[in-house]
Design a protein around this ligand. Structure first.
Ligand SMILES: *[C@@H]1O[C@H](CO)[C@@H](O)[C@H](O)[C@H]1NC(C)=O
Ligand SMILES: *[C@@H]1O[C@H](CO)[C@@H](O)[C@H](O)[C@H]1NC(C)=O
Ligand SMILES: *[C@@H]1O[C@H](CO)[C@@H](O)[C@H](O)[C@H]1NC(C)=O
Ligand SMILES: *[C@@H]1O[C@H](CO)[C@@H](O)[C@H](O)[C@H]1NC(C)=O
Length: 333
């Protein structure tokens, strides 16, 4: 009798392992790592539109780092051998410190029922001006915005809803007027100092050194710690190498190019949405005097001179997305 029970248990164990491995390998599903079991309903199984899977090479993974398993997950993705902004090598301790200040790593809240999300990624481009797309943008399940693109005062053109906002210290809001309790704020980490910055602000420390930043970073965090997540650098890496085909090495006298937050936001959307539409992204920069953003007075010429990004690679990629009907360009008209 004992032997039979043993055999059954062993068989069940083997079946479990096989099923589990197959499930993990299937392109259309991913299982989030656990964080104390409060992430039920987080399993998102949703087919991609044709074209998307070839684009992101069929590998969809959990977009945020979780404190209890980010080292293991980074090992699985190969991120432990790569330095920031594309991996965690050498910064593990700082990732751990920053993550220890966050309450969870959920993508959606439990009451967010539809698991196949229709998303719009709202770029900060001047093409949004006077198009009155606000209502259309708000009608999506998920609205993804980035950096300090304001909603307040621009509702008619850009809408009110912000489900996710991707940011880094230099592009974060300082003014609490922009606080939205319904937003999940996603830190895109470019350097170790970004993690120290988050830790400092959430620990109530005053920022002492701000010279590690290329522009003065926000000196207070307007979001509550339960609203903040850290993007898996593997998403940034995928954006650079698989979507934009940026070189992996740069010669000594050129500044290495990294993807813009806008492009990282689009890659993020492909990991959590079944359908992705774009607004406020532009691929033709012919008129250097036209406005760069839908707010403020910067012009296109500022972007064209940018030495940290490869704007032509981004424009080619955006054009390809629209031409192959992988995304819809809401700012078309
Ligand atoms: C948008 O509309 C406002 C007022 O209607 C106008 O002053 C402004 O020039 C317009 N901007 C663009 C970019 O068309
Ligand atoms: C946040 O969501 C609640 C419930 O859906 C809604 O009533 C409220 O207006 C939203 N707040 C903002 C600032 O969008
Ligand atoms: C979307 O359409 C607008 C208006 O035609 C155009 O300026 C912009 O470049 C397009 N953006 C993308 C990403 O296709
Ligand atoms: C852009 O602005 C500059 C100076 O303000 C002006 O000389 C130039 O003609 C403008 N170019 C276009 C295409 O409007």
């Amino acid at each position: 009798m004992k032997r039979i029970i043993c055999a059954i248990l062993l068989g069940a164990g083997v079946m479990y392992v096989i099923l589990h491995r197959n499930l993990r390998r299937t392109n259309d599903y991913w299982l989030p790592p656990t964080d104390g079991g409060d992430r039920k309903g987080q399993i998102i199984g949703c087919p991609y539109k044709p074209g998307v899977s070839s684009l992101i090479k069929g590998e969809k993974f959990y977009p945020f780092l979780c404190i209890n398993d980010f080292v293991k997950v980074s090992g699985d993705h190969g991120s432990h051998r790569i330095e920031l902004p594309y991996g965690i090598k050498g910064a593990e301790r700082y990732f751990h410190m920053a993550l220890s200040r966050l309450q969870n790593c959920r993508v959606f809240t439990e009451d967010d029922s539809p698991s196949c999300k229709k998303c719009v990624v709202v770029g900060n481009g001047g093409v949004l001006r006077n198009k009155s797309l606000g209502e259309t943008i708000d009608s999506y399940d998920v609205v993804i915005r980035m950096n300090n693109g304001p909603v307040v005062g621009y509702e008619e053109d850009v809408g009110r809803k912000t489900t996710f906002r991707l940011f880094y210290p230099e592009s974060s809001f300082s003014d609490p007027i922009h606080y939205d309790p319904n937003t999940t704020a996603v830190l895109v980490v470019f350097k170790t100092h970004d993690l120290k910055w988050l830790w400092d602000l959430l620990s109530g420390q005053r920022l002492i050194r701000t010279n590690a930043f290329w522009k003065k970073p926000a000196t207070q965090m307007i979001y509550k710690s339960h609203q903040i997540r850290i993007l898996d650098p593997a998403i940034t890496r995928k954006t650079a190498y698989e979507l934009l085909h940026l070189p992996t090495r740069f010669s000594k006298h050129v500044k290495p190019k990294h993807p813009t937050t806008g492009l990282i936001a689009i890659a993020f959307a492909f990991h959590i949405c079944s359908e992705v539409h774009l607004a406020g992204f532009r691929y033709n920069f012919e008129d250097r005097n036209s406005s760069l953003h839908y707010y403020g007075h910067d012009t296109m010429s500022l972007m064209i001179q940018n030495e940290y990004h490869d704007i032509s690679a981004e424009q080619r990629f955006l054009k390809e997305l629209v031409d192959r009907s992988i995304v819809v360009n809401l700012t078309e008209k």
